[in-house]
Structures are given as structure tokens and as C-alpha cells.
Design a binder for this molecule. Structure first.
Ligand code: ADP
Ligand code: ZN
Ligand code: ZN
Length: 742
């Protein structure tokens, strides 16, 4: 009986987002999930087999044959095939875009190959070798080689060529082509296999998680302070999964995916651990992926996209630093790895563990009493550091007072003094600059006043070209004030100092300091990240200066001082999450200090020392912060109490882009009226996007803030229709609860 394959073609175009039928030629073995080559018009392309049928509705004469399978095994497992389907609905993406996430990009259109090498295998027994040694005492090289091979097969290239050749001729050994796996450098590095006695907090957390695993699933929010040993909890949970014959995924934010982190897992799980992240070469990624696919590795450590690892029978999915917004993808499909993790855990009967010292407001809300069972996370708290040390002491320095006293440098007197003391004592220090690319706000250096939008209560952003201030939420504009509306000072200007500037000033202040800088500029190359950190780890450098990148996961026992150069940077981002981010960043960087035997100290410089985000971060009181912040969100109608959806329009012609956004505003408003949903919208407005020009393209947005009870799916579907119908020359992208609002 003839079989037909329903194939999703590997081309991105809205119109192609449907199944095409191909005949499976006699004798060809095809299963769903397999990648195949097919004729498509005049071209030969690749596609994914979604299903097989015995019938075909088309005229059989017009149905073409599958040319060949790309691999002899399915690349998309059934569970992941179903997940792709779910993503297609949830994120309004093409099915092919979801399917593409399931395999390393380089596997498509044959851009990576299996690398082979020549290996040597020993055919002789020990007796034969001894006999040969007696009769040929002068063949020392050959005898030595035979002995080497007794321990196992070796790579031909590493062996003495003439001795090898002689042994091949004797039939003593055979040379064969074998597959060679490219091992990521982090898995080659140092191994750390310490075994710990768990703390009481760790024991409780591990017990709750493993019991849930035995019951067939559960969801946890592990809220443990920095240094409470969350990683060890993850490791025990994974070990339990492996003991049960199951597998596990650990997601880590890309920037925290340090070799140190990976080596912990490698130290504990050896070759059973695989790593997936963007720093790997194409070959490494491909090889790691296949180790996972064929069951050689059962523990996957990776960044966001590792959630699609081809594992079966998953027992535990762990999302470390769950509050990080890098879990949300910013390109199509705009999925949220935490949501996908939730879904995969459910389907596999696995436990889901979201871990953080500073959980996101929305996750913490789910761990509060009264949440419906299907949305609930069980809260696990660890309030003590493993070494019994208190959290480092956090001092808040008022930069307005420094300014008054005539200190106009980037370092307060307190920070300079402490830096000097720390380095002179042979200890290490970290300086953190929470600068985020494009944002500049205007503030008064004398009194700390920040210009905010009267309607939105978020900082206005300074646009140099037009010399005006603009609100990135509602589009409000105003000229920058010449004098401070609060204190009358003329020192009101826009704010910003990068890592380079801070490094220069630090070097001036402390000529002896051995400084390393870590930011986007210094970490471009492969393994650059690792090189910088190893200079710091070895003590070659004693002062690390960096951005967000250094906030996470670093564990250096000799660091006793952490300085936050300007906490206001993130505090005044034009984003409703700016306080949350500031709190998280300060707590995280503060957590880098005092992890060893010596106590740590943290100095936070700010122009707004009384702000609750700064105060509560200094007190390291997440509970209190959560209460304050969720009250603010509720009253100001921000997520998670409302939902934000926007369409971003971009194109070369500003007029066209603007017109598209404004026309859609009219259409969408009319649609809301018609559906009787106007009351569900808190705000609807077409306005210039926060970054109005990006890579030469003008950007506008249609911004919708909706009450939570509103029908988000219906609104999104309508917005997607509008986006799909964008006029020629304008690109329109729908974003649901976007991670960044630029
Ligand atoms: P967190 O992620 O909660 O900030 P980590 O997982 O980085 O903390 O752990 C902090 C340090 O404590 C690490 O060096 C880790 O190896 C060590 N550690 C973890 N658990 C224990 C334990 N039970 N006893 C001693 N040291 C531990
Ligand atoms: Zn002022
Ligand atoms: Zn506004």
C-alpha cells in the first residue's frame, strides 16, 4: 500500500504554514519527526514529516515523491512534535518556526557533518603480544604500541606511524574510521566533585522535590538567598531523577552559563552531562545534541533553547535564576522558556523547579496562598548561607551628598577607601555598572530628581537628536528642563558612565590595581568570557569591573568587596519593571561578596537612597520587596495585574510606518467596540517606539494594556491579523508581554 507523508516545508512564509503531501517511495522507511528532502516547485528543499497516511486527497498523479530522508532517525521526538503544535497556538508562530527550535540550526541544510577520525583496535591477545615480544625483541616501538592498545582503542594520528603500519601488516591491529565527538571546552576543564553534607534548608528542599518526583510531578519555587546552595539542591534532584532512570534539564541564563557552572555538573555527572549554548561551535552543538538524542547524555545544562533538548522520560526540569528576562525569546517564535518548561514538565510527569534569590513578581505571586491548583507553585525557602555566614553588609551611599561636598568623581569617598583597603589586604573586589545600552534619563546631580512622565510614572528618556524628553509608554514629549524643578540647581543633565570610564577612573585612583573588564565589548570572542574570569580566579587580576554579566552565578571566595557604581541606572529605566530589576541586580551582585571565609561588604551608590527598591535590596528582604512591588503593580495597573501586548512596526519610510500604526489603532479600537471589549483595555495607543530608529529603520508601536480578565487570546489573534496585513514596506511584529519594551 502506498504511504503518504504530510510534510511541513522548511521555508519561512506565512502562506506555507500548512502541510504538503508527498508519496513515500516503495522501500523507503520514513517515520514522523524525520527530516526529509523533497522537491518543491523547481527546488529541492528540506522538510519535517509530521504524520503518515494511507490516503491522499490530491490527484495521485500530481503528488511528488519524497527524495530521501536527511537522517535515518527522527530528529523531532513525538513529545516535541506536540510541543511545536502547542507553541504554534500559544505564540502564534508558524509551525516550522517552532520545529526549527528542536534541532541545532546548523543541522538544517546540511551545514554540519559528523566528524570522523581513524582509530586503531587491537586484535591480539595478551599471550600473542608476549609471544611477539619474545621473538622480536628489537621491535621496541611496536611492542610499546601493542601495550598501549591493551588499555583500549587509540587515535591513529597520535601513534608512531611506521610501527603502526608494521602492526597492520601483521594483522595485529585494525584501523577503522570512527566518529569523533567535539567536546565543548567547558566539559574538558577542571572537575569539581566535592560531596557536601546538606544544610537543613537544602535537605528540606531536596526532600520535597524528590518526593514529588516519586509521586509523578510537582512545581516548586525555590527561593534561596545568594549562597544558600541552590545548585546543590538541583544536583540532588537530578541525581534522584537519574536513579529513577529518568533524565533532566537545567536552564541557566546565557550570561551565567559560566564554565564554573558547567564544570559543577560535569564534576557530578561526568559524561552523562551535556551542554547546549550559543558559545559552542556548530560542530560541538551538533555532537552534543546527538549525544542527548541517542541517550548517551541524560542531563542537559543549557541556555534558553536547551528546553527543547531531545530527552525522553524527563524527571526534573530546573530553571535557575528564573527571574531573568533572557528566558523570553526576542525573535520568532517569541516563546518563554519558563512556560515551555512548565508544559514539558506536565507532559513528562516531571518536577519543575524555578530557582532564584529574587523571584519574579509573577512567579512569587503563584506561590502565594489562594492560587488555583493549575497555576500554583509550591514555595521552598532557604534563608541561610551554606557556610553559616551572614549576608554581606550593604551600605547605601548618597551621591547627592558627595556632590554637595565637591566630590564630582564616579567614586564616593566610602567606595574609594574600601577599594583601597580591600586590594591592599590582598583581597579582590568587583565593581558593577548596571548600564543598559540605549537608555538615558535626565536627573539632577544635586537632589536626585528624575524627570518622569506625569501620566505613566516612568522616567522620560532623553533623545539627543531632537533634544527632547519622551515617555516610552504613552508617547508624551517635553523639552528637557534647564534647571531642576525640585531644587533649582542647574546640574540637571542626562546620566551615564560606561565600564571603560569607570575602569579608567579606578586605575587613576589605584595605580597598582590589576583590572579586568567584562562587558559586551570585551567578551565577543569564543571563550573570551572564560579567559577573563580565569584571570580573576587565579588572582592575576584583583579588580573585576563589569556589567550585568558579572552579577550572576560567580563564586569567588576571595571577593570581599562589591561596589554598585550607580544603582540609579536601572532604577530609572523607562520600564515598569525598573524597580524590580534594580532590586534583583543589587541583591545578586551583593551576593557575590563574602562567599569564602572572610566577610563581605557591599557599597551601593545612588542619588535616590530612600527608594524602596534600594532600601529593601540593602536589607536583602525579598518578602517586604514583594509586598511593596505587587501593591505598586496593582495600583498602577501593570503586569501581572494587567497584560501588555504590542505590535512593533518598522520600515525605511517613517511616514509609512506611522500611518500603518495609526491605521491599526483605529481598526483595533473599532474591533474592541464591536466585540464590546473596550472596557477591557486600560490603554490603547499608537506611538513612536522607545527606540524610534534601529538599524536605519523607523519604529512605531501599537501599545495595548489590558485588564487581566480581558480575553487576551482574542485580542492577540486580532492583533496578529492586523500585523499580517501590514502594508508593503512595513514589517509588523506582535509581542505578547514582551521582556523588553524598547
Ligand atoms: P546559590 O546559587 O544559592 O547562590 P551556590 O549554589 O552557588 O549558591 O552555592 C554556594 C557555594 O556553596 C558553592 O561554592 C557550593 O559549592 C557550596 N555549597 C553548596 N552546598 C554546600 C553544603 N551543603 N556544604 C558546603 N558547601 C556547599
Ligand atoms: Zn535638583
Ligand atoms: Zn507616559
Amino acid at each position: 500500500m502506498t504511504q503518504y507523508a504530510n510534510v511541513i516545508v522548511d521555508l519561512s512564509a506565512g502562506a506555507l504554514d500548512r502541510m504538503f503531501s508527498y508519496r513515500v517511495p516503495e522501500g523507503m522507511q520514513i517515520v514522523p519527526g524525520q527530516q526529509v528532502r523533497i522537491p518543491f516547485g523547481p527546488r529541492r528543499i528540506e522538510g519535517f514529516v509530521v504524520s503518515l497516511t494511507d490516503e491522499c486527497e490530491l490527484d495521485p498523479a500530481r503528488v511528488k515523491d519524497v527524495l530521501e530522508p536527511v537522517q535515518d532517525y527522527p530528529v523531532v521526538l513525538p513529545e516535541l512534535m506536540e510541543l511545536a503544535d502547542w507553541m504554534h497556538e500559544r505564540y502564534l508562530c508558524n509551525l516550522v518556526d517552532a520545529l526549527r527550535l528542536m534541532i541545532p540550526a546548523e543541522m538544517r541544510s546540511g551545514r554540519v557533518r559528523i566528524r570522523t577520525k581513524r582509530f586503531v583496535h587491537l586484535n591480539w591477545s595478551g599471550e600473542q603480544i608476549d609471544g611477539f615480544g619474545r621473538t622480536n625483541p628489537r621491535a621496541g616501538r611496536q611492542i610499546e604500541l601493542l601495550h598501549q592498545l591493551q588499555a583500549g582503542d587509540l587515535e591513529a594520528a597520535q601513534l608512531n606511524a611506521s610501527a603502526l603500519k608494521a602492526l597492520v601488516q601483521r594483522g595485529a591491529v585494525t584501523v577503522y574510521e570512527g566518529e569523533q565527538r567535539r567536546t565543548p571546552s567547558a566539559l574538558r576543564g577542571f572537575v569539581d566533585a566535592r560531596e557536601f553534607t546538606l544544610t537543613a534548608g537544602q535537605r528540606r528542599a531536596v526532600a520535597a522535590i524528590t518526593e514529588a518526583m516519586d509521586r509523578g510531578g510537582g512545581r516548586f519555587l525555590l527561593n534561596g538567598i545568594t549562597g544558600s546552595g541552590k545548585t546543590e539542591v538541583y544536583i540532588r534532584a537530578i541525581r534522584h531523577a537519574l536513579e529513577r532512570g529518568q533524565t533532566a534539564i537545567v536552564l541557566v541564563p546565557e550570561i551565567a552559563l559560566t564554565p564554573q557552572m558547567v564544570s559543577w555538573f560535569h564534576g557530578r555527572f561526568g559524561d552523562r552531562a551535556a551542554v547546549l549554548h550559543s558559545g559552542l561551535s556548530a560542530g560541538e552543538k551538533f555532537d552534543e545534541w546527538r549525544r542527548i538524542r541517542f541517550g548517551e547524555a541524560q542531563v542537559v545544562v543549557g541556555a534558553r533553547s536547551a528546553i527543547f533538548a531531545p530527552l525522553t522520560n524527563i524527571g526534573a526540569i530546573i530553571v535557575d535564576e528564573e527571574h531573568e528576562n533572557t528566558y523570553q525569546s526576542e525573535s520568532r517564535p517569541r516563546y518563554d522558556a519558563r512556560e515551555v518548561a512548565w508544559r514539558r514538565a506536565e507532559k513528562n510527569g516531571a518536577v519543575l523547579v524555578l530557582g532564584s534569590a529574587t523571584p519574579s513578581i509573577s512567579s512569587f505571586m503563584r506561590a502565594m496562598p489562594g492560587v488555583r491548583a493549575e497555576n500554583r507553585l509550591e514555595l521552598l525557602e532557604m534563608r541561610e548561607r551554606v557556610n553559616g555566614r551572614p549576608l554581606p553588609e550593604v551600605e547605601v551611599v548618597d551621591m547627592r551628598a558627595e556632590f554637595e561636598r565637591g566630590n564630582h568623581s564616579v567614586f564616593s569617598d566610602r567606595l574609594s577607601d574600601e577599594l583601597e583597603r580591600c586590594l591592599n589586604a590582598g583581597e579582590q573586589a568587583v565593581l558593577f555598572i548596571n548600564r543598559r545600552g540605549h537608555s538615558t534619563f535626565v536627573s539632577c546631580r544635586k537632589c536626585g530628581y528624575v524627570v518622569k512622565c506625569p501620566q505613566c510614572d516612568v522616567s522620560m528618556t532623553y533623545h539627543q537628536v531632537e533634544n527632547q524628553l519622551r515617555c516610552h509608554y504613552c508617547g508624551n514629549t517635553m523639552p528637557p528642563p534647564r534647571t531642576c524643578p525640585q531644587c533649582g540647581s542647574s546640574y540637571i543633565k542626562y546620566f551615564g558612565a560606561g565600564t571603560q570610564k569607570v575602569a579608567e577612573e579606578a586605575q587613576k585612583l589605584l595605580p597598582e590595581a590589576r583590572i579586568v573588564r567584562m562587558d559586551v565589548d570585551t567578551t565577543r570572542g569564543k571563550d573570551a568570557h572564560e579567559r577573563i574570569l580565569s584571570r580573576f580566579r587565579s588572582g592575576e587580576a584583583n579588580l573585576l569591573i563589569g556589567t550585568q554579566m558579572i552579577a550572576k552565578g560567580l563564586d569567588f571566595p576571595n571577593v570581599t568587596l562589591v561596589g554598585v557604581v550607580a544603582a540609579d541606572m536601572t532604577l530609572n529605566l523607562p520600564d515598569y519593571r525598573s524597580t524590580e530589576r534594580t532590586f534583583q541586580l543589587i541583591t545578586q551582585v551583593a551576593g557575590r561578596a563574602g562567599r569564602g571565609d572572610k566577610p563581605g561588604r557591599v557599597i551601593v551608590q545612588t542619588y535616590d537612597p530612600d527608594h524602596y527598591g534600594i532600601q529593601l535590596a540593602a536589607a536583602q528582604d525579598f518578602r517586604a520587596f514583594y509586598r511593596k512591588e505587587s501593591a505598586f503593580r496593582r495600583s498602577a495597573l501593570y503586569p501581572p495585574f494587567t497584560q501588555i501586548v504590542r505590535i512593533v512596526y518598522s520600515g525605511k519610510d517613517e511616514e509609512q510606518v506611522r500611518a500603518a500604526a495609526e491605521a491599526d489603532e483605529q481598526r483595533f479600537a473599532a474591533w474592541l467596540e464591536e466585540k464590546n471589549m473596550r472596557g477591557d483595555a486600560v490603554q490603547l495607543r499608537a506611538a513612536e517606539a522607545p527606540i524610534s530608529l534601529l538599524r536605519g529603520e523607523h519604529r512605531w508601536q501599537l501599545f495595548l494594556k489590558m485588564y487581566f480578565k480581558g480575553d487576551l487570546n482574542a485580542a492577540c489573534a486580532r492583533m496578529q491579523e492586523l500585523a499580517d496585513a501590514a502594508p508593503e514596506g512595513v514589517r509588523a511584529e506582535l509581542e505578547v508581554n514582551p521582556a523588553n519594551l524598547y
